[in-house]
Design a protein around this ligand. Structure first.
Ligand code: SF4
Length: 343
């Protein structure tokens, strides 16, 4: 799921110097390109887990009325959080901030056993919006622990999904993010090690880390298919295709969105200047000087309306021709939790 803002917007050379001015006047100080081709990645934007999590909060608000309390941002997108807040959702960091008896939603990133137990001890009516693919990772980790293995989690420190997964296992979970972390790993029995992964990592980075783990622990057990979810993989594949066609990429997503940050990194690895933007207000007109082809994609928690807003903004900078690239048509939908499906 979406995660920590360990990366800031791509800052290429001294172009950032005039950003503040440009934010208020998109055409000031920049030579306006006459025409730009804009390619849209396919797929982009909302995944099934995000759609479900947002629908859960909206449905809970309809059924029970506001306020509905959500532990942590329901998904990592500022636009989504703002719009749900306006409808009556209250976002909190800890369970003890929730009043007695108030409807409580766990975010799509999942929660640790401690958080779930705390809510149960307070008898809060909980609706769990944990993405089923994250819940699957929790299950795997517990299965490995029951088999007597030490669990290694490939993921990013501080990410709520990582905290949730670690907190689902009673024993210590080793967290590794890089090949160097694997080299430094100390385990009790190298014959009894298993791994799981955060769902929103880069497929390539994880491959290197899994290879390093397999070198160090030849009998390590992991999931038959990598835990990185279908939506993350599809969006990463799509941005690679995009990078072959364009001179600049805009990734729409919030800074604390892990999968959006991975998309930005992949664009940069392909040597295409790539900017992570919350929406049109983050665009700097100077980025487009001398640019004829722009690519747009959106992280799994970014709504399509932001893509349209960015296109509107670009059309005020230059005449644009829009083309959507061919790509996977996703047909994944997750069921609503029982308590809402039947209400
Ligand atoms: Fe679930 Fe993947 Fe979406 Fe995260 S990015 S909510 S794991 S479908």
């Amino acid at each position: 799921m979406d995660g920590l803002g360990e990366a800031a917007n791509g800052d290429h050379g001294d172009r950032g110097a005039k950003r503040e001015v440009d934010r208020h006047n998109p055409t000031q100080g920049a030579e306006r390109p006459a025409r730009m081709k804009v390619f849209l990645a396919q797929p982009r934007g909302f995944c099934a887990g995000v759609e479900r999590a947002i629908a859960i909060v909206e449905r809970a608000l309809e059924i029970y009325g506001p306020p509905v309390y959500v532990r942590h941002e329901i998904v990592h997108n500022a636009h989504v959080v703002k719009s749900l807040r306006a409808k009556g959702a209250r976002f909190v960091d800890e369970i003890d901030e929730i009043p007695a008896g108030a409807i409580t939603v766990f975010s799509a990133h999942g929660v640790s056993k401690r958080v779930a137990d705390e809510a149960a001890a307070r008898q809060l009516p909980v609706i769990d919006a944990t993405c089923p693919l994250v819940a699957k990772v929790h299950k795997e980790a517990r299965k490995y622990e029951r088999a007597g293995n030490e669990v290694v989690l490939i993921g990013h420190h501080g990410h709520p999904e990582v905290e949730g997964t670690r907190g689902r296992v009673d024993g210590h979970v080793h967290l590794v993010s890089s090949v160097a972390d694997v080299e430094a790993l100390r385990v009790k029995d190298p014959e009894k090690v298993s791994y799981v992964t955060q769902t929103t990592l880069s497929v390539d980075d994880t491959r290197d880390v899994i290879e390093a783990l397999t070198r160090r622990f030849p009998n390590i057990i992991g999931p038959s298919v990598r835990d990185i979810c279908y939506a993350t993989q599809n969006r990463q594949h799509a941005i690679r295709q995009l990078a072959e066609r364009v001179e600049l990429i805009l990734v729409i997503g919030s800074r604390n969105s892990s999968n959006s940050n991975r998309l930005r990194e992949i664009g940069e690895e392909a040597r295409v200047p790539t900017y992570l933007i919350d929406g049109p207000e983050s665009i700097v007109s100077e980025w487009f000087e001398g640019i004829g082809a722009v690519g747009i994609t959106a992280g799994a928690s970014a709504p399509e309306i932001l893509v349209r807003d960015v296109l509107d903004h670009l059309s005020r900078l230059a005449a644009i021709d829009i083309e959507q690239l061919d790509g996977v048509e996703e047909q994944v939908h997750f069921k609503m939790p029982r308590e809402l499906a039947s209400a």
